[in-house]
Design a protein around this ligand. Structure first.
Ligand code: FAD
Ligand code: DLZ
Ligand code: SF4
Length: 506
């Protein structure tokens, strides 16, 4: 019964379900296709990364004795779609069944569920076994709860994995050390950043190909320094554990001028495409704590991101799709300003973060949440356009992880499923957590006047605009108490300043 085992660009894991039970005569099928490379205009580095990692993975599988059929993007017969390529192969080879691990995006899963009527051979769609919890486990946990609180889910995941647990209790006596993880970087910062690799022949060929076919996509293609094999990704992670983990906790939320990475791991692109195993890296980090090489707040903070947030976000995606993608609780409709694509804006924080994104196809969580995301929420930018932007511009972006983070956490467009209150702030937060404001033409403290910081103006305007919805939210009590101190004239002036600014955006 020769099987065609389809491996997608974000399924580059030797232990993935669809590779289990491989027998001589089976073919592992991989294809670079126009449809997947363009369903959003992915950052050019994201395409280079995935095509190169796919080619390296195919080579490794072949070296381990497996039969691989790999279709390159510029193969003259390439039909441009996954289904087209699978059909083309089946038409001229003996295949009795197709084996696939479920894709990470709803659109493709729905497509593949319809493939059954397109083929004469059976299709086995297997669950993705690279997560701690399957979709059903999350659904059973979620159903009947009034609110989905990540912290409670995270505790379940700690118990399930045994990470940082002793006698069924959390090590250190607390589940969460987040309060210790909010320090700005005031002293001198010296850190070389993530491990960077030289390109090899395979990557150079891919760079040339991608530059030729995707010149109109966002971002810079070079310098290209991502790991493209499992072995390289593992070394990059070990480099993080040795050089950054110790400070990861304290400075998790810090931002700095011209510093894209601070002490972050910069490995989400590797985990999400299968080059790194999430549990293995958490165990490595846990070991660093047991060896005395990193403090508990850093280690717990890192593990929480992976087994807590990452799993929670995926759970929400599959629980709430497909209508989740259409939610727009705050009726945000303003077109995305062009500076999201160019980084040309005199708001220095935005220009920096969008600049990092353009250069590296990466930026860290607080840059995404409290700069680009915060601005999008404050300015009421069109939810679909913002989500599409995040899906396109980051090398780690697939809809299962991008959408709840953007639509839910950053934009509050799901009405409070992912976040219990909107993550919005005035310029004061950005000023506390970074040195961006020192380099900006605006005055972060001013909410009215020619040089007023747009984040500060828009923050107060947002509270006024959404007073009915948020003033009774317990977690918003403090800002609304502060707002009460403003007189009517001041409120009118804020509204006018915000209106003028927003009118000027388009
Ligand atoms: P670190 O800060 O070093 O964290 C370690 C790991 O924890 C990450 O590699 C990642 O795998 C995981 N992690 C941390 N936070 C989250 C989270 N909220 N959701 C899921 N995993 C998390 N992450 C993606 O992987 N893909 C996305 O498309 C994506 N889009 C985002 C959009 C917005 C608006 C926001 C606010 C966050 C988004 N995130 C996304 C989450 C987070 O910003 C990135 O995972 C992180 O910045 C990756 O950098 P890092 O590897 O240096 O992470
Ligand atoms: C993101 C991506 C890109 C750019 N190209 C391909 C490709 O050519 N072939 C492929 O199999 N997968 C690619 N991917 C990853 C898919 O888009 C991803 O598997 C789905 O979005 C499901 O998560
Ligand atoms: Fe950003 Fe305002 Fe600070 Fe300028 S002053 S960097 S716009 S927060």
């Amino acid at each position: 019964m020769p099987a065609l085992r389809l491996i997608l660009g974000d399924q580059l894991s030797p232990d993935i379900n669809s590779l289990q039970g491989y027998e001589t005569g089976d073919v592992i099928f991989m294809a670079e296709v126009h449809e997947e490379a363009t369903y959003v205009k992915h950052h050019i580095k994201k395409i280079i990364f995935l095509f190169s990692a796919m080619r390296h993975f195919a080579e490794e599988l072949e070296q381990s004795g497996k039969q691989v059929k790999y279709i390159k993007y510029n193969n003259p017969h390439n039909s441009g779609t996954l289904i087209g390529e699978v059909k083309r192969h089946i038409n001229s080879n003996k295949i009795d069944r197709i084996v696939i691990t479920e894709p990470g995006e709803y659109r493709l899963l729905e497509d593949m569920q319809n493939w059954k009527s397109e083929f004469d051979v059976p299709i086995e769609l297997l669950p993705d076994n690279r997560f701690i919890a399957d979709k059903e486990t999350f659904r059973s946990w979620a159903v009947g709860r009034k609110e989905l609180i990540m912290e409670y889910w995270y505790r379940e995941m700690r118990k399930k994995t045994g990470l940082l647990m002793k006698d069924n209790k959390p090590i250190g006596g607390k589940w969460n050390f987040d309060k210790e993880n909010r320090k700005p970087l005031v002293d001198k910062f010296e850190q070389a950043g993530p491990m960077q690799y030289k390109t090899d022949e395979i990557t150079n060929e891919v760079i040339e190909l991608v530059e030729r076919h995707f010149q109109d996509h966002f971002g810079k293609s070079t310098p290209f320094w991502f790991a493209v094999t499992r072995e390289q990704a593992k070394r990059a992670f070990t480099h993080f554990v040795k050089t950054c983990l110790v400070n990861f906790g304290d400075y998790q939320d810090a931002m700095l001028n011209n510093e894209a990475f601070i002490y972050h791991s910069v490995v989400s692109q590797y985990i999400n495409c299968g080059l790194l195993d999430p549990i293995e890296i958490c165990q490595q980090v846990e070991q660093a704590y047991y060896n005395g090489d990193a403090p508990l707040n850093a280690v717990e903070g890192f593990i929480r991101q992976i087994i807590g947030w990452r799993e929670f976000i995926r759970g929400v995606y599959w629980l709430e799709m497909p209508d989740y993608a259409k939610r727009n609780a705050l009726n945000a409709e303003r077109p995305l300003p062009s500076f999201y694509w160019t980084a040309n804006t005199d708001m220095h924080c935005l220009s920096q973060v969008i600049g990092f994104t353009k250069e590296h196809a990466c930026s860290h969580h607080i840059q995404r949440l409290m700069v680009t995301g915060n601005f999008a929420n404050l300015a009421g930018l069109n939810v679909e356009e913002v989500c599409e932007w995040y899906l396109a511009v980051y090398a780690d972006a697939y809809e299962w992880v991008e959408l709840p983070n953007t639509l839910g956490m950053a934009l509050y467009a799901d009405g409070g499923i992912v976040a219990t209150k909107p993550y919005v702030s005035s310029g004061a937060y950005i000023n506390r957590m970074s040195d961006f404001c020192k380099h900006c033409k605006y005055d972060v403290k001013k909410r009215i006047g020619e040089d007023a910081c747009p984040f500060t103006t828009l923050y107060w305007d947002y509270l006024l605009r959404h007073e009915k919805r948020f003033s009774n939210n317990r977690r918003m009590a403090m800002p609304y108490r502060n707002l009460q101190r403003f007189g009517d004239d001041e409120k009118d002036a804020i509204r006018q300043q915000a209106k003028d600014f927003l009118d000027g955006l388009s």
